[in-house]
Design a protein around this ligand. Structure first.
Ligand SMILES: Cc1cc2nc3c(=O)[nH]c(=O)nc-3n(C[C@H](O)[C@H](O)[C@H](O)COP(=O)(O)OP(=O)(O)OC[C@H]3O[C@@H](n4cnc5c(N)ncnc54)[C@H](O)[C@@H]3O)c2cc1C
Ligand code: SF4
Length: 328
């Protein structure tokens, strides 16, 4: 591991100031992602600004009935919080489907949002990777790409966004509050993670030195009936091959509102708006659910080893909608 300077910060403003003034500085939260990448030589910050003592760990109700998740709230605490479990069960389920108990006890909301891809080539400094080293090429295009994305891909990068937590947040249309050198701003979740395009090294809308303060989840009474399903190679401690976060609200025998987002198949947490439109106003049926699942994967662009993800994700969508349809 490269030598680095460690600093502990007690104030939001000075943390932002410190990192934004030094291109080689970065924030340290739970450390479960960053420290691994430093050991692998993928990330080589010269200065680590530890933000764990900043007052950003609260989980609070918002006046409109939504919930604010502080950037330093631990994944375990968010998953177990009564407000989250009652109002957004799919968010609690997604967090509990991720990593292990020990990791969730350290990992934070901000770190989960900012976590980097698990593409094996990205994590291996001996191989070309446009995300790690712009312009060097993408080893996954013709390499082992079983775990890679089929939606939102480019010829420069097909890496999957690995987060479980971000999938329900995409479905819920959360807002990310950040503080950067120019002040505070709110970023709609759909704009937070960027598509790879020709610049896969640019992953989020954050400028260098901007600190995530919280994720604000809007009030959505329908989300009390929501579900997260994750398909993976092992029953625990494995990233998603495909996952779905779903909300289904029925009224008078018809679908009043549906929210769907996918994980494990997209280069960013993937809101399936086309599928939501197919569902709205329809009477729930296997055919309607299948049509929505088909719409969700429209435009999928598989490579040699990940074509199975298209059908896997479609089956998960149908299963989630069927389970919610029976429960509403
Ligand atoms: C073995 C293993 C299995 C895992 N399995 C899963 C899984 O199944 N599903 C899943 O979703 N995740 C999984 N993870 C990933 C895990 O969720 C992330 O490592 C974790 O959420 C990162 O949070 P952290 O607080 O530890 O972040 P850190 O490692 O401290 O930081 C990660 C990145 O975020 C930046 N950062 C942190 N906080 C902020 C902030 N407030 N503002 C701006 N930037 C910030 C850091 O600078 C760094 O770049 C796994 C991790 C491991 C090691
Ligand atoms: S898929 Fe993206 S992260 Fe993986 S090797 Fe290609 S450029 Fe790098």
């Amino acid at each position: 591991m490269n030598p680095f300077q460690y600093e502990q910060s007690l104030e939001v403003d000075s943390s932002v100031d410190r990192v934004s003034r030094a291109p080689e500085a970065t924030f340290l939260a739970g450390g479960t992602g960053l420290l691994d990448l430093m050991k692998l030589g993928v990330e080589t910050p010269a200065v680590l600004v530890d933000v764990r003592r900043l007052p950003l760990a609260q989980i609070q109700e918002l006046p409109d009935g939504g919930v604010r998740l502080g950037a330093l709230a631990r994944n375990s605490d968010v998953a177990q919080h009564p407000l989250v479990r009652e109002r957004y069960p799919m968010l609690s389920q997604a967090l509990l489907a991720g990593a292990s108990g020990q990791i969730r006890n350290m990992a934070t909301v901000g770190g989960n949002l900012m976590q980097r891809t698990r593409c094996a080539y990205f994590r291996d400094t001996a191989t070309p990777c446009n995300k790690r080293e712009p312009g060097s090429g993408c080893s996954a295009l013709e390499g082992i790409n079983r775990g890679h994305a089929v939606l939102g891909v480019s010829e420069a990068c097909i890496a999957t966004h690995p987060s479980d937590m971000c999938v329900p947040l995409a479905a819920l249309g959360a807002t990310v509050r950040v503080k950067g050198p120019q002040g505070e701003r709110a970023i709609p979740f759909a704009d937070f993670h960027l598509l790879p395009g020709n610049t896969p090294h640019r992953e989020t809308a954050l400028e260098h030195g901007a600190l995530v303060l919280s994720v604000d989840v809007p009030a959505l009474p329908a989300a009390r009936h929501s579900l997260y399903l994750k398909a993976r190679d092992r029953a625990s401690y494995a990233f998603a091959l495909a996952s779905v976060a779903a909300v289904l609200e029925l009224e008078g025998g018809r679908i009043r509102q549906a929210r769907l987002a996918l994980g494990g198949v997209g280069t960013r947490p993937w809101r399936a708006s086309g599928a939501e439109q197919k569902l709205a106003g329809q009477a729930p049926s296997p055919e309607v659910f299948q049509a929505a699942a088909k719409a969700a994967l429209e435009g999928a662009s598989p490579r040699a080893h990940n074509g199975f993800k298209v059908e896997l994700a479609q089956r998960l969508i149908v299963r989630a909608l069927t389970r919610l349809g029976g429960r509403s």
